[in-house]
Design a protein around this ligand. Structure first.
Ligand code: COA
Length: 259
């Protein structure tokens, strides 16, 4: 068991994972990544958990990036090993449950990439986002060069990655990097409301929906449309499809089985 750099709590089916290293702006040192990977495994394996929210401890930072201190003197081979399987960002990306980044402050470098790996990004109006790696003579290595252009477009992604510019919350919202901006004091309440709207849906349908939308990122349109039809048909094999349709016709709330 790794040191407790991640606090976990559950409210109404929403698991909140709080990266807890505020004195270092929640920077993702190796042990922090390990703790987050363990917490994600636990969240994924717990049927009570319907939605996963990731946030940072304190008021200043979501995550201010990889731990720059670890880069000093590190060889290319060591760095490649440090980023290898299980890769935190891919692990978040592949989570079958909805994931929400609740961005309470700086989301820089690996912090921005962690948010990019989530399904939604809800930001406090005090949030600041960017990929400042270029200032250190390096580039984003946690998916930023791939997920950022897919989210905000090629030109905006290059502008951010090549300049290292840090955006305030409104600017991030305007380019689609944040899905919502809310007053800092309302961040948790608003995020939980968004999470609640997902937490009461069929877990199996949520997982299939995520997989279908992911295909839009990875496949040409014709293949993606075929994939959607296949997944739509797959949804007809679930008990939750039978329950959802029956509940609608019987004018009652569905009781999901998650199968
Ligand atoms: N890695 C390691 N330590 C970090 C860190 C990071 N990514 N980001 C912040 N810290 C540490 C600082 O070194 C400082 O530690 P210290 O008190 O032991 O000196 C502490 O967190 C507080 O940060 P500080 O810089 O004093 O706060 P600030 O409010 O002046 O600035 C930031 C906040 C986020 C703008 C600034 O810390 C920063 O630029 N961080 C690096 C961001 C970055 O380049 N990320 C990408 C890395 S690839």
């Amino acid at each position: 068991m790794s040191e407790n750099f991640v606090r976990a709590g559950t409210e109404n089916g929403v698991r909140i994972l709080t990266i807890d290293r505020p004195e270092k702006m929640n920077a993702l040192a190796g042990p922090v990544r390990e703790a987050l990977l363990e917490a994600l495994d636990a969240a994924e394996g717990d049927d009570e958990v319907r939605v996963v929210v990731i946030t940072g401890a304190g008021e200043k930072a979501f995550v201010a990036g990889a731990d720059v201190g670890e880069f000093e003197g590190r060889s290319p081979v060591d760095q490649r090993d440090a980023m290898a399987s299980p890769n935190l960002f891919d692990r978040v990306w592949e989570c079958p449950k909805p994931t929400i980044a609740m961005i309470n402050g700086y989301a820089l470098g690996g912090g921005c990439e962690l948010a990019l790996a989530c399904d939604l990004r809800i930001g406090a109006d005090s949030a600041k986002l960017g990929q400042p790696e270029i200032r250190l003579g390096i580039i984003p290595g946690g998916g930023g060069t791939q997920r950022l252009p897919r989210l905000v477009g090629y030109g905006k992604a290059l502008q951010l990655i090549l300049s290292g510019e840090i955006l305030d919350a409104v600017a991030a919202y305007e380019i689609g990097l944040l899905d919502e901006v809310v007053p800092a004091g309302e961040l948790r309440e608003k995020t939980m409301a968004i999470a609640a709207a997902m937490a009461d849906k069929s877990p199996v349908a949520l997982a299939i929906a995520k997989r279908a939308v992911r295909a839009a990122m990875e496949m040409p349109l014709s293949a993606g449309l075929q994939h959607e039809r296949d997944l739509f048909a797959l949804a007809f094999s679930t008990e939750d499809k039978a329950e959802g349709v029956a509940a609608f016709l019987e004018k009652r709330r569905p009781e999901w089985k998650g199968r």
